[in-house]
Ligand binder design. Structure first.
Ligand code: SF4
Ligand code: SF4
Length: 446
């Protein structure tokens, strides 16, 4: 304050310097970091069995669990949960998913930027060539690089359906015969066509997410909104030039093409900063609502829970997540089923007078380690089992028979209750089967 009073020239220069320095491309930088994280997650998920619908082996890998196709309930619940996450995200944060998380958008933008870089490189290195020839060379170079990238991406994508080592074997042997090999080749071709020709056109033609958002939009939806009450727009057109979807956000915040990437927000902030003014395009909660990041608002509203509908969505999501967690934690890695097998006879009387009943046993080791299932009987005096344990290798499924034998005892009846207990090692999970044991009718004493 004292310095400014002593030197008025310094005071007048200071604001000028601050106005010239343009702000950082905040949203762009944030988005690129999130894109990198998403690519790493996209590549890692199938390789670490976090998520894969393994079609050849009929397994669904989810959150580290190996679910068998006969565990349809949990698989259905998991898929429903993933779908609900996408819908909840649309309700809470509009099309943020499109601009920040969607693989199609990430790879479209990457291919767009890659092509621009290759064009610059070719123009610099082949400066002596005519412009038309340089354009063709840059395009061909881009198509070749895109083809290599497509093989990698198609490999990762197909790994969501075929085990990666199995897929690599098929790729190295140029397998175009099996279903997995053909799928890999078709996905590679589609990825390459998408990279080279379709890109963001996919978002406005095929993708249903934008249309879904159109249905869900309300007064609190997150939007990218142009607000110019002071008529400060200088019509520079930079917000339009930077837009990958080639739209003018000033026309409407509800355009189907807008993926809420925030490039236009950064662009306007940078341009108007040169004039010492704030930008005119913002992220806002609804057309008439607050701008995002308003610290005067309670945290609940700042993170998007702005009305009872949105709070209910978060609660349902948590309820779903808890249910899924409980279902997965209660699941037994070794499946054991015991049912009475009376197809041939109700019971058999052995030469030594003992009576035996047959039971069918179905076993499946759905874990990644060898397992052993031990059987024991409760509720039938002096009963014997034909097998006491079964060993299973990882992924093994088996059907066997178990015979329970017992000598007639004083309290025996024609229908006796008995309990078969199966304990699976090493997890020590216990399955209990209450079954009946049949015996011949007792002859009345003479
Ligand atoms: S209008 Fe803005 S937020 Fe919407 S897609 Fe274009 S640059 Fe991104
Ligand atoms: S970047 Fe800002 S100032 Fe320039 S045209 Fe767009 S809204 Fe107007």
């Amino acid at each position: 304050m004292c310095t400014a009073a002593a030197n008025p020239g310094a005071a007048s220069r200071k604001p000028k310097t601050a106005a010239i320095a343009p702000p950082e491309k905040t949203y762009r930088r944030l988005r690129k970091r999130i894109h990198l994280l998403c690519v790493l997650i996209f590549v890692a998920l199938p390789f670490f069995n976090v998520m894969r619908f393994d079609i050849p082996r009929q397994r669904f890998y989810f959150a580290g669990y190996e679910l068998w196709i006969n565990e349809f309930g949990i698989i259905f619940f998991s898929l429903m949960f993933l779908m609900f996450v996408v819908v909840a995200m649309a309700i809470l944060y509009g099309r943020i998913f499109c601009g920040y998380l969607c693989p199609q958008m990430i790879f479209s933008e990457t291919s767009w930027e890659l092509e621009a870089r290759l064009k610059t490189l070719v123009n610099r290195k082949l400066i002596s060539w005519p412009a038309g020839r340089r354009r063709v060379a840059a395009r061909l170079l881009f198509l070749a690089v895109a083809a290599i990238a497509s093989v990698f991406l198609a490999f990762v994508f197909t790994s969501y359906f075929v085990e990666p080592r199995d897929l690599l074997r098929r790729l190295l042997s140029i397998d175009l015969v099996t279903a997995g090999g053909i799928t890999g080749a078709v996905v590679t071709l589609i990825t390459w066509l998408d990279f080279a020709f379709v890109r963001q056109r996919f978002c406005t033609t095929v993708c249903p997410y934008g249309y879904l958002q159109g249905l869900l939009v309300d007064a609190n939806s997150l939007l990218v909104h142009y607000r110019d009450p002071g008529r400060d727009c200088i019509d520079c057109g930079k917000c339009v030039r930077v837009c990958g979807m080639q739209i003018d956000i000033r026309d409407s915040p509800y355009q189907l093409e807008c993926v809420h990437c925030g490039e236009c927000v950064d662009a306007c902030n940078q341009i108007l900063a040169r004039l010492g003014k704030p930008g005119l395009i913002h992220y806002a909660w609804g057309e008439k609502g607050e701008l995002t990041g308003n610290k005067a608002e309670p945290w609940r509203r700042r993170i998007g829970m702005r009305d009872p509908k949105r709070i209910a969505v978060v609660l349902v999501l948590l309820f779903y997540l808890t249910g899924l967690g409980a279902a997965l934690s209660m699941r037994h890695a070794v499946l054991v089923r015991v049912t009475a097998d009376r197809a041939k006879s109700l019971y058999q009387v052995e030469p030594d007078g003992a009576v035996s009943n047959r039971f069918r046993v179905n076993l499946a080791n759905r874990s990644g380690k060898p397992a052993r299932v031990r059987f024991r009987i409760e509720g039938l005096p002096d009963a014997r089992l034909s097998i006491e344990d079964v060993r299973l290798e990882p992924g093994d499924a088996a059907e066997t028979h178990l015979t329970v034998s017992a000598r007639p005892f004083a309290a025996a009846r024609e229908v006796n209750r008995l309990r078969i207990v199966a304990v699976a090692e090493p997890d020590q999970t216990e399955d209990v089967f209450d079954v009946t044991f049949l015996m011949p009718p007792r002859r009345p004493s003479p």
